[in-house]
Design a protein around this ligand. Structure first.
Ligand SMILES: [Zn+2]
Length: 107
């Protein structure tokens, strides 16, 4: 059975939060790259833990992670303040003029 990486932590805490969240969602989860087992063998910057699920649970895991991250990653289209182009919801800067996306409006 294949495994896919669905989450790359920037520290131990968020990887384990992701693991706990996914397990609470009924998924089978592996954490790889745990600092407590590999400490000293590879550089810290390359050793943040990653969270893996089986291939057939990938979609469910991604959906669960989207919910875990909350509304800040569920963003709508936006309009570039510099050139007026409509930005892609997934981009943090204008595709046309590279102006950074403005902060979210409240509400
Ligand atoms: Zn622009």
């Amino acid at each position: 059975m294949g495994w896919v990486c669905v989450f790359r932590g920037t520290g131990l805490v968020d990887a384990y939060l992701a693991r706990d969240w996914l397990e609470a969602s009924g998924l089978t989860v592996q954490v790889r790259g745990d600092l407590t087992t590999i400490r000293g063998e590879i550089p810290i910057a390359e050793s943040w833990p990653t969270v893996w699920v089986s291939k057939r649970e990938e979609a469910a895991a991604n959906e669960a992670l989207r919910l875990m991250r909350g509304p800040r990653l569920v963003r709508g289209p936006w309009t570039c303040p510099a050139c007026g182009e409509e930005g892609d919801p997934d981009l943090d800067a204008c595709w046309q003029c590279d102006t950074p996306r403005p902060a979210e409006e409240p509400g």
